[in-house]
Structure formats: C-alpha cells, structure tokens
Design a protein around this ligand. Structure first.
Ligand code: NAP
Length: 283
C-alpha cells in the first residue's frame, strides 16, 4: 500500500509559513506583498481559479487586485493595463490568466510582464534562468511537485525520473527541476516509442498528460513514486487525474491523489513567488 501524499495538508503547512513570513515582512517594510490578477473573458474555470487566487492572497495577508476584463478587450488595452501594473509600486506580482480569447496574442502579453513581476515564471527571461539553475521564481505547478517530493522525504538524486508531457508550463520545467535535483530524467510525449517500458523503469513517475487514467499498473515499477499532475473532468462531472489510482496505488510507494494532491500546491507556490518578488524588488 502506497503512502498518500496529502497535497492539502502540505499546502496548508506552506501557506501558514508564508503567512508568518508576510507578517514579518509587513512589520519591517510597512506594506504588504501585492498581486494583480488579470482575466479576460468569461471562462468559468478561469473565473474559479481567479477567485481562489484572491482568497489565497487574503489568507496569507497579501494586497491583491483583480481585473476582470470583457472578452472583447483589445490587445492595446490589455498591454496598457500591464504597463500600468509594471510601474505600480504596490504590485509585486502580475499574472494574466490563460487561455486568452483567440484575438489576443498570448506571447506578446507574457513578454510585456516585467520579468521581476512575472510570478508565473512564463517570461522567456525567467524560463532561461530556470534552465541555467539561477532563478528566483519557479513555475507554480512543477514547483509544487518538487515541494511535495521534498516534504515527503523522497530523495531525487540518482533516481530514474520519467516525466510524461512536454508542455512549457508542466512537462519541460518539471524535467528541468528534477534534473537540478540530480535525477536522471527522461521526457515522454505523444511521439515516444515504448512509453510503457520507459515508464515501468521509473523510480519517480510524473504524469502531465491531460488524459484520464493514462497511467496503468503495467506502466509502474513496484515501489515507484507516482505524481499525478493531470486534472481531467469525466462525463459524470467527477475530477480525475492521469493515473488509474485504484490500479496503481497498490504498486506505488508514494502517490498523489486527484483531487487533493498537486492541485492545491499550485496557488500556494504563486503566493510563495509573490512574497519572493516583494522581498527582492519591493522598496
Ligand atoms: P498540454 O499542454 O496539453 O500537454 C500535454 C502533454 O502530454 C503534451 O506534451 C503531449 O505530447 C503529451 N501527451 C498527450 N497525449 C499523449 C500520449 N498519448 N502519450 C504520451 N504523451 C502524450 O497539457 P498541460 O498544460 O501540460 O497539462 C497537463 C495536465 O496537467 C492537464 O490535465 C492539466 O489540466 C493539468 N494541469 C494541472 C495543474 C495543477 O495545478 N495541478 C496545472 C497545470 C496543468 P505532445 O507534446 O507530443 O503533444
């Protein structure tokens, strides 16, 4: 039987630490770390994420601003808002909720956010810093995975790590962080041959595919650590991960559930990045 990695508990623990550090920060500097969250359009899932981010800011004692812009917002309007927030001393972190409506250029928007306020770590400057291992911010989801691994006492050094997925926000930075932790890393994607065989050799398997129950028991080595980043909604409305939990759990040594594993960590890492940004660049 695997040990369940409780993302809710670990996330609450880290938020309590951030709250304490924020109180000390405010006492010393006389202002709070500030986060601005921009959302364009009415995507219901994005609206939930934005509300949760605002709630997390309140919980840890940050100042926050939310900008809920109509779907027909122009590129110029969005870029001018980012310009204004880039110059605002009360704001230390800016995030623009993705995906954006189709007529907006996502790359131009991400490039417009000042790297020192880019608390999602999506700007190419920050991506490059992560590559060379000299960074202030890490992308929130992979950073959350690393925190779960570390706080569960799992050693990465020397381990065979397999990441399924190569997106810019999950797979690629995840592989880089495992490499920085001295894992031996393989990245799998939709063109990978013999994926089952490669996964079955993993000591640590991270799934960021976006397909329900993609990882089955025959893809898992006895005693492996299984990290499930996937969030998939079934026709029944139920949330499930990329890992067939019932099949895989008996073979694993550690496993993250969905929900309640990686998910709760992502916003917590955003809070961590915002506090770091305020500490480094706040007056
Ligand atoms: P994405 O951009 O769609 O990337 C999915 C990756 O999976 C791609 O690299 C794709 O390969 C690979 N893939 C798809 N089908 C495959 C197959 N049959 N065999 C092997 N690889 C396959 O998705 P994402 O943004 O990285 O997100 C991945 C999952 O994580 C989603 O379920 C998402 O909802 C979840 N997520 C969770 C959090 C969180 O807070 N927990 C945050 C972000 C994302 P190719 O590159 O070859 O197409």
């Amino acid at each position: 039987m695997a040990q369940i990695i409780d993302g809710k508990r670990i996330s609450a623990e880290i938020r309590a630490e951030i709250k304490e550090q924020t109180e000390a920060f405010k006492a010393k500097r006389g202002y709070a770390p500030g986060l601005a969250v921009i959302i364009v359009g009415e995507d219901p899932a994005s609206q939930v994420y934005v509300r949760n981010k605002k709630r997390a800011c309140d919980e840890v004692g940050f100042y926050s601003e939310s900008y809920e812009l109509p779907a027909e917002t122009t590129q110029d309007e969005l870029l001018s808002l980012i310009d204004r927030l880039n110059a605002d001393e009360n704001i230390h972190g800016i995030i623009c909720q993705l995906p954006l409506p189709r007529h907006l250029d996502e790359t131009a928007v991400l490039l417009k956010i000042k790297p020192e306020k880019d608390v999602d770590a999506f700007h190419p400057y920050n991506v490059g810093k992560i590559m060379i291992g000299d960074y202030n911010f890490l992308p929130c989801t992979p950073a959350g995975v690393m925190a779960l691994i570390k706080r569960s006492g799992i050693e990465v050094a020397g381990k065979n790590c397999v990441v399924i997925g190569r997106s810019n926000i999950v797979g690629k930075p995840m592989a880089m962080l495992l490499l920085h932790a001295n894992g031996t890393v393989t990245i799998c994607h939709s063109k990978t041959r013999d994926i089952k065989k490669i996964c079955a050799e993993a000591d640590i398997l991270v799934a960021g595919v976006g397909r329900a129950n993609f990882v089955t028991a025959d893809m898992v080595k006895e005693g492996a650590v299984i990290i499930d980043v996937g969030i998939n909604r079934l026709d029944s409305g139920k949330l499930c991960g990329d890992v067939d939990f019932c099949e895989v759990e008996p073979k694993a040594s550690y496993i993250t559930p969905v929900p309640g594993g990686v998910g709760p960590m992502t916003i917590t890492m955003l809070m961590q990045n915002t506090l770091t940004a305020a500490k480094i660049h706040g007056k």
